[in-house]
Design a protein around this ligand. Structure first.
Ligand code: NAD
Ligand code: 0WE
Length: 261
């Protein structure tokens, strides 16, 4: 029997078979969880429905994270078929594309900052608010995805770095608020992975090569590796862990200087 047997998981952020959320879905399915998915918009709906059919997901529901009505409708509908929720995965982020390149101070705008923080950080609080009644008494687990650009300055990540710093603080404040109800809240800081969110990012190939050459494990991570860590963190095996950011990055974040190789 898998270590997530009997658990019900809602997964937000599947856009393709390369999505980190899809790696998480596959690992959770394998460990025995029942799944439900959301899609951002009508364009993504048929794709997400196909993935849902592939892994016997219970429901495929709309949810634009920028829209409070859709968030509340999501949990109303889900509450109709599930009497409780054990696991919530938040695997989505957005900033205007033209702010993810160039000189941070030059390209960052008030409007872009608002959008990035709203979709990439506040949406986790909004989901926590809406999911809370269904998660109470279920030793619930909430997990979000972050990136090292939150704690280190680097080219191009720009306003997303600020939004991820906010997301990581959000994870700690949510862990603090929801802990007394037995709900754990954690983050995975993944190394760079070629997904749709990485498509068209200038020099992404160079970033992957740099990690492969310099990370302690001398490789990039896969969505399967992130999925396995996510399944663990959302399982009762991790019952003592909350408010934590776990790096799944082949060790890249711990190096102080690359090797002379
Ligand atoms: P992806 O493109 O497969 O997934 C991003 C998802 O965000 C998509 O499903 C998209 O529909 C969703 N999304 C964006 N705006 C939304 C909105 N307004 N409402 C609802 N959904 C919305 O890319 P991914 O790399 O799997 O990204 C998932 C998460 O992982 C993101 O938080 C990203 O920051 C994080 N992350 C990615 C990497 C990487 O290198 N790919 C590394 C570390 C962390
Ligand atoms: O968090 C991310 C990317 C999130 C993202 C991606 C896009 C592309 C399409 C947010 N908003 C948008 N907006 C779009 O219009 N990652 C961790 C992947 C990523 O993106 C980078 C990276 C890495 C790594 C951008 C610059 C530098 C490094």
């Amino acid at each position: 029997m898998g270590f997530l047997a009997g658990k019900r998981a809602l997964i937000i952020g599947i856009a393709s078979n390369r999505s980190i959320a899809w790696g998480i879905a596959e690992a959770m399915k394998r460990e025995g969880a029942e799944l439900a998915f959301t899609y951002q918009n009508e364009k993504l709906r048929p794709r997400v429905e196909k993935f849902a059919a592939e892994c016997g997901a219970q429901a495929t529901l709309p949810c634009d994270l920028g829209n409070d009505d859709e968030i509340s409708a999501l949990f109303d509908t889900l509450g109709g078929s599930w009497d409780g929720l054990d696991i919530l995965i938040h695997s989505a982020a957005f900033a205007p594309r033209d702010e993810l390149t160039g000189d941070f101070v030059e390209v960052t705008t008030r409007e872009g900052s608002k959008t990035a923080h709203d979709i990439s950080s506040y949406s986790l609080t909004a989901l926590g608010k809406a999911a809370r009644p269904m998660m109470r008494g279920h030793s619930g687990a909430i997990l979000s995805l972050t990136y090292m650009g939150s704690v280190r300055a680097m080219p191009s990540y720009n306003v997303m770095g600020l939004a991820k710093a906010s997301l990581e603080a959000n994870i700690r404040y949510m862990a603090y608020a929801l802990g007394p109800e037995g709900i754990r809240v954690n983050g995975i800081s993944a190394g760079p992975i070629r997904t749709l969110a990485a498509a068209g990012i200038a020099d992404f190939r160079k970033m992957l090569d740099h990690v492969e050459q310099n990370a302690p494990l001398r490789k990039n991570v896969s969505i399967e590796e992130v999925g396995n860590a996510a399944a663990f963190l959302c399982s009762d095996l991790a019952s003592g862990i909350t408010g934590e950011i776990t790096y799944v990055d082949a060790g890249f974040n711990i190096i102080g200087m690359s090797g002379y190789n």
